[in-house]
Design a protein around this ligand. Structure first.
Ligand code: NAP
Length: 400
């Protein structure tokens, strides 16, 4: 029997035998989860000499939940994750048709998981479109609740859209073409600052050199421009001793180990990540910018198959594969389990088991370097040996 993870005074309290709920996922999820779980168990055992152990607790969601208990997302699943604070999930089918809650949206709202965190780094040997893919090593913190995720959007010519247009035209003399669709992009100081603060905290704790605020504030002065302004403000007010703005004369290079706070306009940032990737380390962005940047950055280092993700709030976190269920490969023991495995490494890092996280990453890097990889990588890597999902897990464990 394990113990519950707790969170007090801004810190995780992690017992030696934490109970961690998992959702194995649909389609290829079970194949991936089986492999990932073996890697996690072997690594925790090896690194801690058997002193630590995770007690995995299955919770149902997706097709398996629907078949078993008649609900795509049972309340019991949400309750269990809330009680245990930290969970990990494989990919889930998004059922077509209305009336079904999305697990991600439900969890985000229930647990206030306001930061979507996506580390992007290169693993030697992985095919990439770039000449020097190893120069990109960033961690993207994307705001996860506001902006386009706040869900305020009205269809063109709907009564809601027409009413908003009428109101804005009448009261604020706004010029909007009649019959337009309307989307509202709320971004608050509170929401922006807690995201930027999390990114800065991470940069300080992990010894990273800079945090870049990415925004389109030249055009959207009060939302995206607000994000920039509030970001610099929280850096100065809460982390004044540990950070320095890039523009600070004489000190803007981060002398004395301070984290440099800088900002870039979104379009320029896409170019910068391609042209000068090693100038960037931690990135903090509003929702939509962060969404676009995360996938573009992942593509630079070889694609989404290796990209992990975590949704993190204060005292709650859910880690997940960033790809879908790839149903055509279900139960073939063929698919690449790296995304969930690296999400697990992120989870252990967040919980303070950095030794486990580092060992998992080492194992994965070793397996790829030995060129014993799943079909997706093997078909693009010269002289690679294609192995099954489970054998790939064995290779990772060998290299831990
Ligand atoms: P997908 O499942 O990501 O698969 C698209 C293609 O990407 C696969 O056919 C495969 O390409 C490649 N791929 C994906 N995961 C891979 C892995 N682990 N290893 C190697 N290759 C991988 O996208 P989809 O077909 O659009 O979506 C299928 C279902 O997943 C839908 O129901 C969708 O709603 C859901 N979905 C869930 C999540 C989530 O839960 N977070 C995210 C996205 C989509 P090749 O055929 O070229 O080998």
């Amino acid at each position: 029997m394990g113990d519950r993870i707790d969170f007090r005074d801004g810190r995780w309290i992690v017992p030696d035998r934490p109970v961690i709920p998992f959702i194995e996922g649909d389609g290829t999820g079970p194949d991936i989860w089986r492999a990932a779980r073996r890697v996690f168990e072997a690594t925790v055992q090896k690194v801690s000499d058997g002193k630590r152990r995770v007690e995995w607790l299955e919770v149902l969601a997706g097709e398996k939940a629907f078949k078993t208990v008649g609900s795509w997302l049972p309340d019991a699943t949400l309750d269990t994750i809330r009680q245990h604070r930290v969970a990990i999930k494989g990919p889930l089918t998004t059922p077509v048709g209305g009336g079904i809650r999305s697990l991600n949206v439900s969890l985000r709202q229930l647990l206030d998981l306001y930061a979507c965190i996506r580390p992007v780094r290169y693993f030697e040997g992985v095919p990439s479109p770039m000449r020097e893919p190893q120069k990109l090593d960033v961690v993207i913190f994307r705001e996860n609740i506001e902006d386009v995720y706040s869900g305020v959007e009205y269809r063109a010519q709907s009564s809601e859209a027409d009413a908003v247009i009428e109101f804005l035209t009448e009261h604020f003399k706004a010029k909007i073409r009649p019959g337009s669709a309307i989307g509202i992009k709320p971004m608050s100081k509170f929401g922006s600052q807690r995201l930027v603060a999390k990114a800065i905290q991470y940069a300080i704790q992990s010894g990273r050199k800079s945090v870049t605020l990415v925004h389109k504030g030249n055009i959207m002065k009060f939302t995206e421009g607000g994000f920039r302004e509030w970001g610099y403000e929280v850096a100065k007010q809460r982390f004044g001793e540990q950070t320095v703005p890039e523009e600070d004369p004489g000190r803007g290079k981060g002398d004395g180990g301070r984290v440099v706070i800088k900002d870039r306009i979104t379009d320029a940032m896409f170019a910068q990540l391609v042209l000068r990737p090693d100038d960037y380390s931690v990135i903090a962005a509003p929702n939509l910018n962060g969404d676009l940047l995360s996938d573009a950055a992942a593509a630079q280092v070889g694609g989404l198959g290796l990209a992990p993700g975590g949704n993190v709030g204060d005292g709650y976190a859910v880690f997940e594969a960033t790809h879908g269920t790839a149903p055509k490969y279900a139960n073939l023991n063929k698919i690449n389990p790296s995304s969930v495995i690296l999400s697990g490494a992120m989870m252990f890092e967040e919980l303070g088991w950095s030794d486990v996280a580092a060992a998992i990453v080492r194992g994965l890097a070793g397996a790829i370097k030995a060129r014993r990889v799943t079909y997706d990588l093997a078909r693009l890597m010269p002289n690679a040996t294609e192995v099954s999902t489970s054998t790939f897990a064995d290779c990772i464990i060998e290299h831990v």
